[in-house]
Design a protein around this ligand. Sequence first.
Ligand SMILES: [Zn+2]
Length: 309
Amino acid sequence: MKISMLALASLVVGAVTLTVQAAPPSPGVQYQAFKIGSYSAIALKDGAIQEPNDAKSFVVGQPTAEVAATLKNGGAPGDHFDFSIQPLLVHAGAHVLLFDTGAGNYFGDIAGKLQGSMAAAGENPAGVTDIFISHAHGDHVGGLVTPAGTLAFPNATIHMSAPDWKWLNGMNAETAKNVGITQVTALVAAIRPKVVPFEPGAVLLPGIVEAVEIKGHTPGHSAYRIGSDPNSLLVIGDAMHSYVVSVREPSWKVAFDTDQQTGAASRAALVAQSAATGQRLYAEHFPFPGVGKIVKSKKGDTWVPETLH
Ligand SMILES: [Zn+2]
C-alpha cells in the first residue's frame, strides 16, 4: 500500500514536472471565458493595431487637437488610437461558433495569435462548426486560412453576408491590400466551398444567432445577436473601433468606413440605442476582452467594460 502511494506521488511529481516543461505561453496569447446566458463564451486575443491621430488614418474631418482632447478625457493617450483584435468563440449546445477570425498572417507579428489563444483555452480548430464573418477586412477574415493557405477551421460553415461575399469576390489586389488582405485570390479560392452567403438581417441559427445589419463600414457589414434577451450579446463587428472616440463622438467620420457618412449615422444610432436599452455588447477592437455596455451620463455616453472572472 505504502509503495503504491509512493509510486503515485512520484507519478504526480513527474506529471507536474512535465507540465512545467511544456511550452510556455506564446507572447500575445490570451483568452477570457464568460457566459452568455447558458452558453459558454471565450474572448480570444488575436493581436493589436495602432493608428496615429493625424486626421487621415482613423478619425477624419476633425481637428487633431479636438480628437486628442476627447481621447485624453476618456483616459487614453491623445496622439494615437489603440485597437485590440479579439474574435469570440461560443459553445451553444452542439454548435461551436466563432465570430471573426483575426488577421491570420496578413499583419505580421502584431496579430495572428488566434490559434495560440484557442490552444491555450483548450479549444480545437477542427471542432468549430460555424464561423460568422462581420465583414471582409483583413483583420476579420485573415484567420480563415493557415499560412500555407488551407482552411484553418476545416469543418466550419462560413457565414458571410451576400453583399460582402460579392464584394470580396470582385476585389482586385490593390483594393484588397487597402483593406488588409494580402492574398485575396487564394483566400477566396480556399473558403469558397465553405461560404454560405446570407441576406442582411437573416436568422442564421434559429434562437441562437441572427445577423443584424449595420450599414456603412463595408457593403454588407453585419453585427450578430447571440442568444435571446435578457441574456443576449450583440457582436458589433466594426461599427465601433475606439472605446473612447467611437462611443463619445460616434458621428465623427472614420477612414475605415467605405461609406463614411452612413457609417457615422449607423454608429450614432447604435450608441444611442445601446445606451437606451442597456444591450450587452462585444466589441472586437475595444480593450480586451471587449465585453460591456454603453452608459449614458451627464458627460455623455461612455463605454463601461464588464469585469469578468
Ligand atoms: Zn476590424
